[in-house]
Design a protein around this ligand. Structure first.
Ligand SMILES: [Fe+2]
Ligand SMILES: [Fe+2]
Length: 343
C-alpha cells in the first residue's frame, strides 16, 4: 500500500541525488515514478566499482533504511527495481570475487588484520600527523554515508544467527545503539562530531558529494546484510571493522585534539578506542567462534567478508590520499566552509 507522500514528514529522509550515468539515471527515474525499470543489461555494461553503478545500488539499498523524500516507501519491494538491483549486486560481487586477494584460512586473515599498517601508509596516520581541519571535515562528510546509520546493516544478520553467535552479536550491537540511551547511539555521536566540524548533520546530506569508493564500502555492508546466503561474509566484514577500529580511532582522536575540532569530535573516536577493543574480542571469539561451531562450512565466507572489506577500504584510502596529496578534494565537490555558508 502506498501513501500520499505529500502528507508525510520527510524529516529523516534525504533528497534523491543527481544521477552519475545511464544506470543511476534509470533507477532514479523509476524511484520518482517516471519510467519503467532499466533493464538488467545496463548493470552488465557498468564499471562495477564506478560512480554510476555504486550510486544506483546505494539508492536501491537506501529504500531499506530511511528511503528518500518524495519516494513511495512501497518501492522497497518493487519487482522491477529488485531485478535491476540483483543484476548490479551480481556485477559487484563477481568483481570482488575476481579481484579480492582472499586468505587461505581464518587464522591468517585475522593475523593480518591485527597487524598495524606501516606508519604513514593510511589515512588515519595522515590525519593524525598532518591533517588540517579541512581534511577532517572531508573525512567526516564521506564517512557520514555510513556512520549516520552505524551498525544498522549488521542488525540484519541477527535472525540468521543462533546461540553464542547471536547472543554476542546482540551484545555488540547493543553498545553500537547506545546501550539503551538515545544520546549515546553511535550514529548520534557521529552527528555530534559533524556539528563540531561545522558540517550539516542531516541524514544523507553528503550522499551526492561522496565518491564511488566511499559508496562501495557502504554498499558491501548492505549487500552482505540483506542476503542470508552471505551471513558468513557479513560476520567477517563486521570482524574486520571491529578489529581495525580501535587503533585507527586512537589516531583520529589525536587528530581531533591537535586541530581543536571540538569535544564531541574527540569523544566519538575516544569512545571507539575503548568500545572496539572489547568488541574485537567478542566478535572474534564469540560471534565468529559461535557461527563456525554451528556452521563450519562458512569459514571461507567469513574470510571473504574480511578481505573484501579491507580491499574496498584500501581503494577508498588510495583515492582519498591521492586527492589530498594533489591538494585537491576527496569529495566530488569541495565542501562549503561552514553550514551557514552552505545555507
Ligand atoms: Fe560504533
Ligand atoms: Fe564497535
Amino acid at each position: 500500500m502506498s501513501h500520499d507522500r505529500d502528507d508525510l514528514p520527510d524529516r529523516h529522509a534525504p533528497e534523491l541525488p543527481a544521477p552519475r550515468g545511464p544506470l543511476s539515471a534509470g533507477v532514479l527515474a523509476l524511484l520518482r515514478g517516471e519510467v519503467p525499470p532499466p533493464g538488467p543489461e545496463g548493470a552488465d555494461a557498468a564499471d562495477p566499482y564506478g560512480d554510476d553503478l555504486q550510486l544506483a545500488l546505494y539508492c536501491c539499498y537506501e529504500l531499506h533504511y530511511r528511503g528518500f523524500a518524495g519516494v513511495d516507501p512501497a518501492m522497497e519491494w518493487d519487482p522491477g527495481l529488485l531485478t535491476v538491483r540483483r543484476a548490479m549486486e551480481r556485477r559487484f560481487l563477481a568483481a570482488l570475487r575476481r579481484d579480492v586477494p582472499v586468505h587461505d584460512d581464518l587464522r591468517s586473515a585475522v593475523k593480518e588484520l591485527l597487524t598495524e599498517p606501516a606508519e604513514g601508509t593510511s589515512v588515519t596516520w595522515f590525519l593524525r600527523d598532518e591533517g588540517e581541519l579541512r581534511h577532517l571535515r572531508e573525512y567526516a562528510a564521506l564517512r557520514s554515508v555510513y556512520h549516520l546509520k552505524e551498525a544498522d546493516p549488521h542488525a540484519w544478520v541477527l535472525p540468521r544467527l543462533w546461540g553464542r553467535a547471536k547472543a554476542a552479536m546482540v551484545s555488540v550491537e547493543f553498545d553500537e545503539f547506545g546501550g539503551g540511551r538515545a544520546e549515546r547511539v553511535h550514529a548520534k555521536l557521529f552527528a555530534d562530531l559533524m556539528a563540531d566540524l561545522g558540517l550539516d548533520t542531516s541524514y544523507g546530506r553528503y550522499l551526492g558529494p561522496s565518491p564511488a569508493p566511499a559508496l562501495a564500502v557502504v554498499n558491501l555492508m548492505s549487500l552482505l546484510g540483506l542476503h542470508r546466503a552471505l551471513r558468513g561474509a557479513l560476520v567477517g566484514h563486521f570482524a574486520a571493522v571491529e578489529i581495525t577500529s580501535s587503533p585507527g580511532s586512537r589516531r583520529l582522536a589525536e587528530a581531533m585534539r591537535r586541530t581543536g575540532a571540538g569535544p564531541a569530535a574527540e569523544f566519538f573516536y575516544d569512545e571507539h578506542v575503548e568500545a572496539d577493543a572489547v568488541h574485537e574480542q567478542v566478535v572474534r571469539h564469540e560471534v565468529i567462534g559461535g557461527l563456525l561451531e554451528e556452521e563450519p562450512y562458512l569459514e571461507g565466507d567469513v574470510v571473504f567478508g574480511m578481505d573484501a572489506t579491507v580491499f574496498l577500504e584500501d581503494r577508498l584510502a588510495d583515492h582519498v590520499m591521492a586527492c589530498w596529496r594533489a591538494n585537491g578534494t576527496a569529495l566530488r565537490a569541495p565542501l562549503p566552509d561552514t553550514v551557514a555558508a552552505a545555507a
